[in-house]
Design a protein around this ligand. Structure first.
Ligand code: CA
Length: 347
């Protein structure tokens, strides 16, 4: 077969294929770059321009966070409320709930499409969360549906010949259930419709709620890649006990249903002691159970206290922790780092 291919002059196509039993090291699996909310450091998060930009920057996967509209359509926004990224408070002032917030689920898709989306801001002050990012108040950005984001990525896959994946997050399933909705079912219906079905398809589904992760696998029939997210319990992200879940016995439970974990970076690197990074055993224990490790979120403009530079952070995450991928608002910078790292590893 190889001789025939060589005769046809197309061996180069297969040059990355690991050669077995010849004493040569196999080509290491490259770390994956996940564009966190698209290229969110450069354009308003989760908008189609931010998705296209992340695609062009060379991200391997692009992340849509999913919540439901009033008409049960999965839309791509980070929170169940939409007053931190849109002009909903001025366009629909009477539609807030008792807590003063405006929720996506109270608006039809047609209504959501009338909103002007902007860089994330604090609704009490109107000030940008990241002041040096894209300016607030520039028109032309709207909320996409999950289907629209997939159509853009699959369209680009067709026109460029690449195969960039998606990394959808199921947001707040408990809250959606309290509103009488099944967000997981609505999201996986869209994924199935667009051909994401098995672990060979480039789609990781991620969720913070461990009960829901198990339900996705065991009850709803999601057979594709699945990632259990974790965060400090103090964040009250869901009723999952993350301290317990990140213990070896908890990782055993995760490994029964999921393909990896997505922890907050600081859950793996606890700081610096005597000039050295203090890295706990969580990533090592996860990898020993066959779980991939994809921490979040690497931000060039908001570094954790234990890293002086962005490259130092990426070095810690990929080399010292041994992570298999990372979520980043700056996918371009991570792509450059990962390419350099793998060139070094091959030399
Ligand atoms: Ca997310």
């Amino acid at each position: 077969m190889n001789t025939l291919l060589a005769a046809l002059g197309i061996t180069a196509l297969f040059s990355h294929t690991p050669v077995q039993n010849q004493g040569k090291p196999q080509t290491p699996k490259r770390q994956i770059v996940i564009a966190h909310r698209g290229a969110s450091a450069y354009l308003p998060e989760h908008t189609l321009p931010a998705i296209a930009m992340a695609y062009q920057m060379g991200a391997d996967f692009i992340e849509p966070d999913c919540v439901l509209s009033k008409d049960n359509i999965p839309i791509v926004v980070h929170d169940t409320y939409i007053d931190t990224i849109s002009d909903v408070a001025t366009k629909y002032p009477t539609r807030k709930r008792k807590d003063g917030r405006f929720y996506a689920i109270d608006f039809t898709l047609a209504e959501l499409k009338t909103l002007a989306i902007s860089e994330r801001f604090d609704p009490t002050t109107g000030k940008a969360v990241f002041p040096n990012r894209f300016p607030i108040g520039i028109p032309g950005f709207t909320i996409p549906t999950l289907a629209e984001e997939i159509e853009l990525i699959q369209g680009l896959n067709k026109s460029t010949g690449k195969n960039i994946g998606i990394y959808p997050e199921i947001k707040n399933p408990e809250w959606h259930r309290s509103e009488g909705r099944d967000i997981s079912k609505a999201v996986i219906d869209v994924l199935w419709k667009y051909g994401y079905k098995t672990k060979a398809d480039k789609c990781y589904v991620q969720c913070f709620d461990f009960a829901e992760t198990k339900r996705l696998r065991n009850e709803l029939g999601w057979n594709g890649l699945l990632i259990q997210l974790t965060t400090p319990n103090a964040d009250k992200e869901s009723s999952t006990d993350y301290d317990k879940l990140l213990q070896p016995s908890g990782l055993d439970e995760i490994a029964k249903v999921a393909d990896g974990i997505g922890p907050w970076i600081n859950q793996l690197i606890e700081g610096v002691v005597d000039g050295k990074l203090k890295i706990n055993a969580i990533a090592k224990n996860a990898k020993a159970r066959g779980l991939q490790v994809h921490p979040y979120t690497a931000r060039y403009d908001a570094l954790p206290t234990f890293s002086k530079t962005f490259d130092e952070l990426l070095q810690a995450v990929f080399v010292d922790v041994g992570a298999d991928g990372i979520f980043s608002d700056h996918p371009d910078k991570v792509v450059v780092f990962v390419r350099k790292l793998n060139r070094k590893a091959q030399n």
